[in-house]
Design a protein around this ligand. Structure first.
Ligand code: P1T
Length: 379
């Protein structure tokens, strides 16, 4: 099945009780049983909910995976995944990653005994030197948030396999339309579905997809046992968002390309990070493992001061200054003070994330209007 058909049809069926083509919002906390233990597959809505079941199936299909497990946010998904590990286990992670994921690992899980190494994975081969007998997982984002670095998923999968560790890919920036890590050898895919999958900035959601039944069973157990589950209305919004993912992503890519080139030509702009430039260090890998370069861009100004960046951030009219990404509307953000503020400044700077870096989530508006907005803000 081709992507456009898959996102609309795969994993979902008309509602069996009414034929409703869209899965109803089963807004109920419990399900009446004919007698103790005699039920129709649904007992209590933390454990299962029909709207969630359809969404989980659709998300699994979107990533060419067998099992989908949904959570109340992207961080809830990652948090639940980290519960698979034990004190002393080591996880190797990218050093350029969403600040909230870094905070979850360092501030929440490190005190419980998990060990994290945050490293540059631009050259996948360097990961091998960090592997120890205690390494249980390699965690990566690609493209990374916010520096749009590219990591070779196939190469990382081979390294993880050799080490007997899992490879987990946070696929949020690419979306299941542009990249399918399971097809490239990853064991686990995670999404902040809050972003491109939802696509309309109206829902917070996270999911994990895997082909491994044992991992899936452990995660279904933890989903119920720990309870960070999404509500049925949120699941409905995600089911709706997923149906237009391919169309939105095509426009995000087209607009992203136009804005990236516009910024690169601009006299006030110094450096533009976008993986579709042929001279981007990860271009060849991005071209091989993605089906397009996406709409996430970050850039630095020639006037490399915080004040100059703040002037741009408060001058755009169409690009709204806000956290998050992946919605139909364009957003502009300042990673150092917003999405990545929880990473200590020295660590951020050492990883290449400057105080003056500006991040764009290019939406699907008219590209000329977006360029005009940036032009007036940069001026
Ligand atoms: O916000 P939540 O749904 O919990 O997802 C967390 C998350 C995980 N992974 C990546 C790559 C992310 O970008 C995020 C959330 N990011 C933002 C809110 C942001 O503006 O970058």
């Amino acid at each position: 099945m081709k992507a456009a058909t898959k996102f609309i049809h795969a994993g979902v069926h008309p509602d069996p009780s009414t034929g409703a083509i869209m899965t109803p919002i089963y807004q109920t906390s419990t399900f009446v049983q004919d007698g103790p233990g005699k039920h129709k597959g649904y007992e209590y809505a933390r454990t299962q909910n029909p709207t969630r079941t359809q969404l989980q199936n659709a998300l699994a299909a979107a990533e060419n995976g067998k099992y989908g497990i949904s959570f109340s946010s992207g961080l809830a998904a990652t948090d639940t995944l980290l519960k698979l590990f034990k004190p002393g286990d080591e996880i190797i992670s990218t050093n350029d990653l969403y600040g909230g994921t870094y905070r979850l690992m360092r501030k929440v899980w490190e005190p419980y005994g998990l060990k994290f190494r945050f490293i540059d994975m631009s050259e996948a081969g360097t990961i091998s030197s960090y592997i120890t007998p205690a390494t249980k997982m390699i965690w990566l984002e690609t493209p990374t948030n916010p520096l749009i670095r590219i990591i070779d998923i196939k190469a990382c999968a081979a390294i993880a396999k050799q080490a007997g560790a899992l490879l987990a890919v946070d696929n949020t920036f690419a979306s299941p339309y542009l990249q399918n890590p399971l097809d490239l050898g990853a064991d686990i895919v995670m999404h902040s579905a809050t972003k491109y999958i939802g696509g309309h900035s109206d829902v917070v959601h996270g999911c994990i997809i895997t082909n491994d039944k044992e991992i899936a069973d452990q995660l279904y157990f933890l989903q119920n046992a720990c309870g960070a589950v999404p509500g049925p209305q949120d699941c409905f919004l995600l089911l709706r968002g997923l149906k237009t993912l391919h169309v939105r992503m095509q426009r995000h890519c087209e607009n992203g390309e136009q804005i990236a080139h516009f910024l690169r030509r601009h006299s006030k702009v110094n450096k533009v990070h976008w993986c579709g430039f042929e001279d981007h260090p990860g271009y060849a890998i991005a071209k091989a493992q993605m089906h397009g370069f996406g709409g996430m861009i970050s850039f630095e100004l020639k006037d490399n001061t915080l004040a100059a960046a703040e002037r741009v951030l408060s001058s755009t009219k169409l690009f709204a200054c806000a956290e998050s990404l992946g919605g139909v509307e364009s957003l502009i953000g300042h990673p150092a003070s917003m999405t990545h503020a929880s990473i200590p400044r020295a660590e951020r700077i050492a990883n290449g994330l400057a105080d003056s870096l500006i991040r764009l989530s290019v939406g699907i508006e008219d590209a000329d209007d977006l360029k005009a907005d940036l032009e007036q803000a940069l001026g």
